[in-house]
Design a binder for this molecule. Structure first.
Ligand SMILES: [Zn+2]
Length: 483
């Protein structure tokens, strides 16, 4: 009763005002001294911060002020910023948490911790809004919209928001009327989109979000005829998009890093059921649709499903190319043609038969006297196909002999490795001869195949012959001087 009495003169919340702003104004009007020991204590907040985003004291605040819990949650917290991207069950438990005041785990359950996008230590305000609010209501206050991740400008006044550091919880902080530079058009567009999302109170059919993205990506040429996403192009496009925003927005810097690491936008497509921070969706939506309305209408319509690109299956019958026909007619071995055509020998035989081609299968049986000559050739490392050609027999017949001598297989492998070693060592030495003192990175980049082979099979020799390593300190020095 006592508590209720002390809250009896609570001011009415203003439009788009945050809970924190509301209780701060109450505190200043009450004339109490310590914010922590009086107002926050009345609300049952002792140890916790008076968190701006998801306060834990909504139930007691509702009881004391007689403002419905539902109204506080939906109008004075960023509930509608998160809700559209949550499935029905998660959305329900999100609301329950706020309603019951169990908000300690909300940041992690909404994916904010995993996404490393948590609200910072700043509150944001707009100089012109302060003037307007003071004019209209008699006081300035903190707007919900201005505090949302991704909103760096006032969508109404086209200027950057002014950050105010929250130093202490002993004193409530009020907005400071400090003008900031004008925003860029891209900042305005994103802020408008988020503002519309917040005020539209729409529930999305979350199953359709991905379908809507893919449908739009398809019409923009980001999907191949086989139904694959052109991720490289999409990453570049999103990078361009982020670069058009006013630099310095922390979340943009984070997303740019995730683009480089191929985590964004991949995460939206490959882990659709994970909790992604709304900003990851909102950036994508702004890039693809340019407006919240267009996107939400598509997601909630039956169109989304029908517009989803279907993978195109190529079911054209396999045909022999004219080139293959000529080769087979000229007696070139089926094995060779099969490599060129990318078909198996069996398929090739069937197709050649269909074309009425005469296939001169070379004998697979060999005479005893030939066997020793073939064995000798195999021992010095000649390829099976060259031996087959020389003796006018099939490659299979040569392989039969090879299989008879398991030691020969091991020996031939050694010969092969030796030949490769000579080739790759020669490539490296040749490169070092032609370039004066190249960095190890350049060697690796330019003759990658040889470098990789030597690294795997001939590491000691590689390191003996590579140019000296750049000392670690100098490496950093090089990098930072570039920056
Ligand atoms: Zn404003």
């Amino acid at each position: 009763m006592n508590k209720l009495h002390r809250f009896s003169f609570v001011p009415n919340p203003a439009s788009d005002e945050t809970v924190y702003s509301w209780i701060s104004r109450y505190h200043l009007m009450s004339g109490y001294d310590s914010f922590r020991n009086t107002t926050l204590a009345l609300l049952g907040v002792h140890e916790e911060r008076a968190t701006n985003e998801f306060p834990c004291f909504i139930p007691s605040l509702s009881q004391m002020t007689k403002v419905a819990v539902n109204d506080i949650i939906k109008q004075m917290t960023p509930y509608h910023y998160f809700a559209p991207f949550l499935d029905a069950a998660t959305r329900k438990s999100f609301f329950k948490c706020l309603e019951k005041g169990c908000t300690s785990n909300l940041q992690s359950s909404l994916g904010m911790v995993a996404n490393r996008i948590t609200p910072g230590q700043f509150l944001y305000c707009c100089c012109d809004c302060i003037a307007e609010d003071t004019d209209k209501f008699g006081f300035p206050y903190w707007h919900v919209e201005h505090q949302l991740t991704g909103v760096s400008v006032c969508s109404k006044h086209h200027q950057l928001l002014h950050p105010v550091y929250r130093v202490t919880r002993k004193v409530p902080i009020l907005p400071e009327a400090i003008p900031e530079p004008d925003s860029r058009p891209q900042d305005d567009r994103l802020a408008n989109l988020i503002s519309t999302e917040l005020s539209s109170h729409v529930s999305l059919n979350t199953d359709n979000i991905l379908i809507a993205y893919k449908a739009r990506l398809n019409s923009m040429g980001f999907i191949t005829v086989c139904g694959r996403l052109r991720l490289k192009l999409l990453r570049e496009a999103l990078k361009d998009y982020l670069n058009k925003l006013t630099p310095g927005l922390l979340v943009c810097e984070l997303l740019k890093k995730q683009l480089i690491k191929h985590r964004y936008p991949e995460c939206l497509f490959y882990a659709p059921n994970a909790s992604h921070h709304p900003i990851k969706h909102l950036i994508m939506i702004d890039y693809l649709f340019g407006s919240w309305r267009k996107f939400s209408e598509l997601v909630n319509s039956n169109l989304a499903e029908s517009m989803a690109p279907q993978p195109v299956h190529v079911t054209q019958p396999i045909m022999l190319s004219a080139e293959a026909i000529t080769k087979i007619s000229n007696g070139i071995s089926l094995r060779k043609v099969s490599v060129d055509e990318g078909l198996s020998v069996t398929t090739l035989k069937i197709l050649a038969h269909r074309e009425g081609l005469d296939i001169n299968l070379r004998p697979s049986k060999i005479f005893k006297y030939m066997e020793r000559s073939i064995w000798l050739k195999l021992m010095v490392g000649n390829t099976t196909s060259s031996i087959a050609d020389e003796f006018s027999i099939s490659v299979g017949a040569v392989e039969v002999i090879l299989r008879k001598f398991p030691d020969l297989v091991v020996l031939r492998k050694r010969i092969r490795v030796y030949k490769q070693q000579i080739r790759h060592r020669k490539a490296l030495l040749g490169f070092l001869n032609e370039n004066t003192n190249p960095s190890r990175g350049l060697v690796q980049k330019t003759i990658r195949a040889s470098y990789t082979w030597l690294f795997k099979h001939d590491k000691e020799w590689l390191y003996q012959n590579l140019p000296a390593e750049i000392p670690r300190e100098q490496r950093y020095a090089c990098k930072s001087s570039k920056l």
